[in-house]
Design a protein around this ligand. Structure first.
Ligand SMILES: NC(=O)c1ccc[n+]([C@@H]2O[C@H](COP(=O)([O-])OP(=O)(O)OC[C@H]3O[C@@H](n4cnc5c(N)ncnc54)[C@H](O)[C@@H]3O)[C@@H](O)[C@H]2O)c1
Ligand SMILES: O=P(O)(O)OC[C@@H](O)[C@@H](O)[C@H](O)[C@H](O)CO
Length: 425
């Protein structure tokens, strides 16, 4: 096969889309530590220039003993330069993403372009792993990518290109450093990868610290419906109570208790569905609550609660465990409270929050529950969510303006007081 690109006998190469918090603070770090050369695909020209000129960046570990790790062997290309990205994909053993699950479709055409070029030059396998907070993110990306591949290449692409699903866990807040490439992370991490989707043993160069598992679903559901459900509950309860950070929220005993109750509801469901050991799961919850409270991190509720429409979608961390728990005949009171709180989340600059608020005002709560959560009006949970939402609207509408989060500008306070006025009666 005609191979102008060097594929073998050098450090393995990876292409990573989205050098944001987790991209730099976890994926880039782990891959570079595992011996990969990592090329970041970024939408930010300044970031590309800095990554290219420095070839690395620092990661600060915010733990008992704070330390700094230097990430090296890094390069970068601009996302707009799709020719260059495609050439990098030809040379890579691994493509990873951390762009946000809703943005995967936007990178699919570029990845497809790289795959077409790659198949002209080599039959080496390529693994593509979407590191997003969603069940089956790589599988979803595969569907998007295949839409951009010519039909006559599908068979070969199915053989040569694998999309193992994965579950990724490390809290990486948004923190401003003097160095714009620097990132601060918690010490804990977990990266589980579906081994059954790997093309053949040895075809994916080792990722140090990754856990290769035969069945990913229990891992991703345990992570998403414990860490992320609990985190979302903390963000939404914290926001309504006027807290700015998750750490402040966790220091509030009443809210800590409510977050734990939500995690216990999902915990019972997860233990039954995936046959988990209940004692171990309680320890898992306890450890996560400690991680949320890490006093060395400042994680804003607006980051953790971001994109509430995504978080309230039927397959995500709130509605999915609610429906599963309900179907198993389990208690769902605290999950319903977290969902109602999410429906009042309206920080400045969160476009999904603004859209949700506009729909709640203009179309009403029942429309939102039907269309966004896909829970029909006839379902008993539909009425329960609507009732809790109305209760919260009353409670928080009457709250004093100065008790509201600092992100409430004057205009937004008017929006909040508009809740009950316009919400469906
Ligand atoms: N931060 C965390 O604690 C954490 C932990 C685990 C998983 N995740 C998941 O990782 C993903 C990224 O989260 P984050 O916190 O790093 O967000 P972030 O906003 O810090 O980073 C996202 C990056 O993706 C880039 N991006 C978006 N669309 C792109 C495109 N079309 N092409 C190239 N780049 C694009 C953005 O410019 C940004 O640099 C999300 O799915 C999130 O749920 C985050
Ligand atoms: O990234 P999101 O918006 O899906 O969720 C926000 C946080 O819960 C999330 O980023 C966590 O910090 C992370 O998933 C921890 O592993």
């Amino acid at each position: 096969m005609n191979t102008p690109f060097e594929i073998k006998e050098r450090r393995p190469r990876a292409v990573h889309f989205g050098p944001g918090n987790i991209g730099r603070g976890f994926i880039g770090l782990r891959l570079s530590r595992s011996g990969y050369d990592v090329c970041f695909v970024s939408r930010n020209e300044k970031q590309v220039a800095m990554l290219k000129s420095r070839g690395g960046y620092p990661v600060y570990i915010a733990g008992g003993d704070p330390e700094m790790l230097e990430v090296d062997n890094i390069s970068a290309v601009h996302a707009r330069n799709t020719d260059a990205v495609a050439r990098r994909i030809v040379e890579a053993a691994l493509v990873t993403t951390a762009v946000g699950a809703s943005n995967l479709k936007d990178i699919a055409a570029t990845i497809a372009r790289g795959i077409v070029l790659r198949m002209q030059h080599t039959d080496e396998p390529l693994h593509i792993i979407a590191c997003e907070n969603a069940v089956g993110a790589s599988t979803k990306l595969k569907k998007w990518v295949f839409k951009h591949l010519p039909a006559d290449l599908h068979d070969q692409a199915h053989r040569q290109i694998a999309f193992p699903d994965s579950a990724i866990d490390r809290i990486v807040p948004t923190k401003k450093h003097d160095d714009p490439l620097a990132v601060t992370v918690e010490p804990y991490y977990e990266w589980a990868i579906d081994r059954s989707a790997i093309i053949m043993e040895g075809s994916l160069p080792e990722i140090e610290g990754a856990l290769y598992v035969d069945s990913l679903l229990p891992f991703i559901e345990r992570k998403l419906f414990t860490v992320n459900t609990g985190h979302a509950a903390a963000a939404y309860f914290g926001y309504l109570a006027g807290h700015k950070t998750i750490q402040q929220t966790m220091a509030d005993p009443a809210l800590l208790r409510r977050v734990r109750l939500v995690m216990q509801e999902t915990g019972k469901m997860l233990a039954k569905k995936h046959n988990l050991d209940e004692t171990n799961h309680q320890k898992y919850i306890h450890k996560i609550l400690e991680r949320f409270a890490n006093p060395q991190l400042i994680d804003e509720v607006v980051r953790v609660g971001r994109s509430p429409i995504r978080k309230l979608s039927p397959g995500d961390r709130l509605i999915k465990p609610l429906m599963l728990a309900y179907d198993m005949g389990m208690e769902t009171t605290d999950l319903i409270s977290a969902i109602a709180a999410a429906m009042l989340f309206d920080p400045k600059l969160d476009q999904e929050a603004s859209r949700l608020q506009a729909d709640l005002r203009q179309q009403g709560v029942q429309h939102v529950i039907r269309t966004y959560f896909e829970i029909p009006s006839t379902h008993p949970l539909h009425q329960k969510i609507a009732a809790r939402y109305r209760e919260y609207v009353q409670k928080y509408r009457l709250a004093k303006v100065d008790a509201l989060p600092s992100s409430f500008a004057a205009g937004q306070v008017a929006t909040v007081s508009g809740f009950s006025k316009n919400a469906e009666a």
